[in-house]
Design a protein around this ligand. Structure first.
Ligand code: ADP
Ligand code: MG
Length: 338
């Protein structure tokens, strides 16, 4: 009898739990993955499901880190770097697609975006202030060329044409992970969300009736914003010379490498690209950082879906035609004499 009673008491409690109004809320989470801070913010009718959605995003970032980090020995990219100069290495469909996209952006940016920058890039250690010697750079420059990467479509494999070629997807992987995260949220029916991974962000919907406000950091003042963009349903990527760098003999050695020189690209302080998805804004922000203001802006103005805010090495800001029409960066453009 006592047992049955217990059951009777529990049933109404359970029913009560089910019919009680769910608690709609903004839920956010933050974690260090892929060498940066991953932030996710979602609007969900059920807070606990919102939390589960955020955890699924973080899991996806962890999965991609295990696959794409060159410093994790068991990662797919580390295996490719070890073997692809000797023989074609079979790779996953996902990795194959990422390589294909990377090569497309190499062509589009005339080689400015080039994942074989890693042939010299792996010799820099920005935390410890280590850089390759001029001799090493000179010897390695011929190995930096995306045309050394051969994709074998039949058996989904990759090979390198020369020993010493290395690849690193650091200029596109975070953007790709952000897109994957947004896709997971959409699948769960979420309609308002933000995911950011360091300099790469994507917004799903708006901030419930108003735009999201995405700040572009002033490259030489951590506390200040160069501009704030009201956005919805967009991706934004910023590449800057102020994130990972060290200085030596008055030269700033930072993590975006010009494939032509094997040294840090030095004509700009930051590039922000706005577009439909983060994979492409990520690749473009890195590529245009190398291309420079003139060729970079010309490229963006040819691409209908993308806009840019560029800060040159004198701190002058310029904006692409679409943003200028909206009045973004007007003052700086006037100061710039454009
Ligand atoms: P963040 O890593 O801060 O998001 P970026 O998107 O600008 O910044 O990417 C910089 C990263 O891109 C570097 O850390 C490196 O892994 C990679 N990279 C550097 N130079 C190039 C290049 N010329 N082409 C492609 N990737 C590059
Ligand atoms: Mg990038």
């Amino acid at each position: 009898m006592a047992d049955r009673l217990k059951g009777l008491f529990i049933l109404p409690l359970l029913l009560g739990g089910m019919v009680s109004p769910l608690c709609a809320a903004w839920v956010s989470g933050e974690e260090a993955i892929m060498g940066t801070r991953i932030k996710a913010e979602v609007w969900h009718e059920d807070e606990s499901q919102g939390r589960a959605a955020i955890e699924s995003v973080m899991q996806e970032f962890r999965r991609l880190d295990r696959k794409l980090s060159p410093s994790i020995e068991t990662s797919e990219i580390a295996q490719v770097n070890r073997k692809a100069a000797d023989e074609p290495v079979p790779i996953s469909a996902e990795f194959y697609q990422l390589l294909k996209t990377s090569l497309r952006y190499s062509t589009l940016t005339k080689g400015a975006f080039d994942i074989t920058f890693a042939s010299i890039g792996h010799r820099y250690d920005y935390r410890q202030g280590i850089r390759p010697s001029s001799e090493q750079v000179k010897l390695t420059i011929p190995l930096i060329d995306y045309r050394h990467i051969r994709l074998v479509p039949d058996n989904s494999a990759v090979s390198f044409k020369h020993a010493g070629v290395r690849i690193d997807l650091g200029g596109i992987a975070k953007g790709y992970a952000v897109d994957r995260g947004i896709a997971l949220l959409e699948k769960r029916g979420i309609r308002h969300a933000l995911i950011s991974a360091g300099g790469d962000s994507r917004l799903l919907g708006d901030h419930k009736g108003r735009p999201w406000h995405i700040g572009i950091q002033a490259p030489r003042d951590k506390q200040a914003m160069a501009a704030v963009l009201p956005l919805a349903d967009s991706a934004v990527s910023t590449s800057g010379d102020y994130e990972r760098y060290f200085e030596s003999d008055g030269i700033r050695y930072h993590h975006i490498i010009s494939p032509d020189t094997g040294r840090s690209a030095d004509s700009l302080q930051s590039v922000t690209i706005i577009g439909p998805d983060a994979t492409r804004t990520d690749a473009l922000s890195t590529g245009i950082f190398v291309l420079g203001a003139e060729a970079g802006m010309a490229l963006i103005n040819r691409l209908e879906a993308f806009e840019a805010v560029i800060v040159d090495n004198q701190g002058k800001m310029s904006t692409s035609d679409g943003l200028a029409n909206l009045g973004v960066g007007k003052k700086s453009k006037a100061a710039n004499g454009r």
